[in-house]
Design a binder for this molecule. Structure first.
Ligand code: FES
Ligand code: FES
Length: 218
């Protein structure tokens, strides 16, 4: 209608909802866009916000500057340095963690958006011995310097779960048929493409993921 602005798109509506809620200090929007329950800020220093979430199975209750990223919370506040900072701008994947079952770049995730979320960092993979993906990386020499490896491992763990759930990728030929979605090397490379390795260990990373998936090499 002339004179009236277009209604906001769904993505913009969620963004506005999130910023309004955070500004008011009464609620937050989680990493998947769901509005979480209001949290009390009582007892929290001025300018900080209370954030409660689960990290590697344990509840966390933190008072944070709302500009703090999840990556900095992990490394600087909680001293969990397994998650690496490479680019700090969403380009390398070294900071990959899993939030509510989906992988995210923790350098691009504001911690205040994690109210009630379930977060797994690389430390949470090996509480009962090395995770099968970690074992496969070791057995296949899927790293050199190792700096990208925690992010690669977290991405591979999420990749295998996404694949089991039938989530297609850009390399999937027929998105309508689960049977026509074999985990080919192209699929693995595409699904791991958000994780950069400056040492170039890609060939063995693909082998490691293939091993865990139970597929024989081509
Ligand atoms: Fe997060 Fe590079 S440090 S993507
Ligand atoms: Fe060195 Fe990947 S093993 S950056």
């Amino acid at each position: 209608m002339p004179g009236l602005p277009d209604p906001p798109s769904e993505a913009r509506r969620r963004f506005l909802l999130g910023t309004t809620a955070i500004g008011a200090g009464i609620a937050a929007v989680d990493a998947l866009g769901a509005v979480a329950a209001p949290e009390s800020n009582a007892g929290v220093p001025a300018g900080a916000y209370r954030v409660r979430f689960t990290l590697n199975g344990e509840p966390r209750d933190l008072a944070l500057d709302p500009r703090t990223t999840l990556l900095d919370v992990l490394r600087e506040n909680l001293h969990l340095t397994g998650t690496k900072k490479g680019c700090d701008r969403g380009q390398c994947g070294a900071c990959t963690v899993i939030v509510n079952g989906r992988r995210v770049n923790s350098c691009l995730t504001l911690a205040v958006t994690l109210q009630g979320a379930d977060v797994t960092s690389v430390e949470g993979l090996s509480t009962a011995g090395p995770h099968p993906v970690q074992v496969a990386f070791l057995q296949n020499d899927a790293f050199q310097c190792g700096y990208c490896t925690p992010g690669q491992v977290m991405s591979a763990v999420a990749l295998l779960d996404e694949y089991k759930r039938g989530v297609p990728s850009h390399a999937t030929r027929d998105v309508g048929s689960r049977a026509a979605m074999p985990l080919t090397d192209d699929e693995i490379r595409e699904r791991m493409s958000g994780n950069i390795c400056r040492c170039g260990a890609y060939v063995n990373i693909v082998k490691a993921v293939r091993d865990v998936a139970g597929r024989k090499g081509a």
